[in-house]
Structure formats: C-alpha cells, structure tokens
Ligand binder design. Structure first.
Ligand code: ZN
Length: 235
C-alpha cells in the first residue's frame, strides 16, 4: 500500500494536475523541481504561488503537502543547446524533435527525484509526462518510464513506483482531470497561476491563462482548454 509520493512539480498545468492527483491519493506528498537556468524564471516563480494557493484553498490537501525541494541543475544548461535555455527560436530539428528537447533531461530529473525520494522515504514518484500530445519526446514515453522505474529500483535497492497520471490522455482531458480532482476552484487556480508559455509571457491573459498565445505550449494549452469546455458543456 503506497502512502507517500514525490511529485515532479514545475508549476505548469500538467504538474499541478499531477500534484492534485497525488494529494487526493496519498497521505504525505512532497514536491521537487530543478533550476537548470531556464530562459525564464516565470515557471519557477509560478510553482511557489501554486503551492501557496493550494494550501490556502484546499484545506483537505494542505496538511498532506510537505517539503518542497528545488535542486540546482545548472549543468544541464551547459551540456545542451536548446531553445529552453538559449535565446534561439523554436523549430523542428532534422531528428523530428522540436529544439525544446533537452536530451536526457527527464532521465536526470527522475534519477535525482529518486535520490530525494530515497532520502525522504517516499514511495511513489509522480510525473506529468505524456505520450498523447504533441512533441513525442522520447524521454516521456511509457517504455522509458518503465525502464527508469526498474533501473532506479534496482540501482537504489528500493522499490519505487513511477506514476504517470497523464500518460494516455490529451490536454482537454487534463483540464477535466483537474475539475474531477478539485472542482472549479482547481480549474481556476490552474488557469490563473500555472505557467506554460515558452516565452514567459505573464502579460496577456486568455480564458485559459497567461501566455503569448502563439508558441507551441500556448497553442496546446488553448486547444486543450477549448476542447475541455466543449466536452464539459451539456449539448
Ligand atoms: Zn506562449
């Protein structure tokens, strides 16, 4: 029986939904994120606001929400040339992957998360990776997660479960999941306080939240929100 979890929590829509999922399910939940000198600190700022709002608005979850861990991962910026850490435009590479792909990033995140989970005696690692939408990042694949679960469990001689609540659902369903977990207050919290936009835009406010409205992350979020509204409105 699993009772404790560590959530990879970036302050975006997906990881906030995963955090709510974990708080609904486990008695003790901690959060972790990585500072790898992202182009914008907006997401890292957003996560503290989201944690504060969850504590304030969801008294049933607040007592379960424990320590937050922010690990310095500057080295990642120095090994990879990507548009997440450099001032370059977004484009598709000849590999078929967008240049937002940071090779090995999730593998590194999971390894460090497992080390923290080991130290904090947390059983489940929750991550918002998803095979359904958009990028096809190979380190978000279900097979990759299963392989990491095995490698980390063997390598640390501790049975970890890597849980991926969003793996097979699209963005519209992610909004619906937030609603199932925390009702309209959680949907409103996700809209207002989570951050997704690649350009770090917190100026332009849309029905689905803040963002430039044009980068791939904004387009995906907007499309998902529109789909969610359509599906959740009775015909
Ligand atoms: Zn954007």
């Amino acid at each position: 029986m699993h009772t404790s979890a560590l959530v990879l929590f970036s302050g975006g829509q997906d990881s906030t939904t995963c955090l709510a999922h974990a708080l609904q399910r486990y008695a003790r939940v901690e959060t972790i994120a990585f500072d790898y000198r992202q182009r914008h600190s907006v997401e890292l700022d957003a996560r503290l606001v989201v944690l504060r709002e969850i504590r304030a608005q969801f008294p049933q979850w607040a007592p379960k929400l424990g320590q937050d861990h922010l690990l310095d991962l500057a080295v990642l910026g120095s090994v990879s040339e990507t548009s997440l850490t450099r001032e370059t435009a977004f484009r598709m590479e000849s590999t078929g992957l967008p240049n937002t792909f940071v090779p090995g990033r999730n593998l590194l995140f999971l390894t460090l998360a497992a080390a923290v989970a080991y130290r904090r005696d947390l059983q489940v690692i929750v991550t918002g990776v998803c095979e359904t939408d958009f990028s096809g990042y190979p380190d978000c694949r279900d097979d990759t997660m299963k392989a990491m679960q095995l490698a980390l469990s063997l390598g640390m001689d501790k049975r970890f479960l890597i849980e991926t609540p969003l793996m097979w659902i699209d963005k519209a369903a992610t909004w619906a999941m937030a609603h199932d977990l925390g009702g309209q207050p959680l949907v409103d919290l996700v809209v207002e306080h989570t951050h997704t936009c690649y350009l770090g835009d917190r100026v332009h406010r849309h029905a689905w939240g803040y963002g430039c409205g044009e980068c791939p992350a904004c387009l995906l979020r907007a499309k998902g929100f529109a789909g969610y509204l359509t599906e959740s409105t009775p015909a």
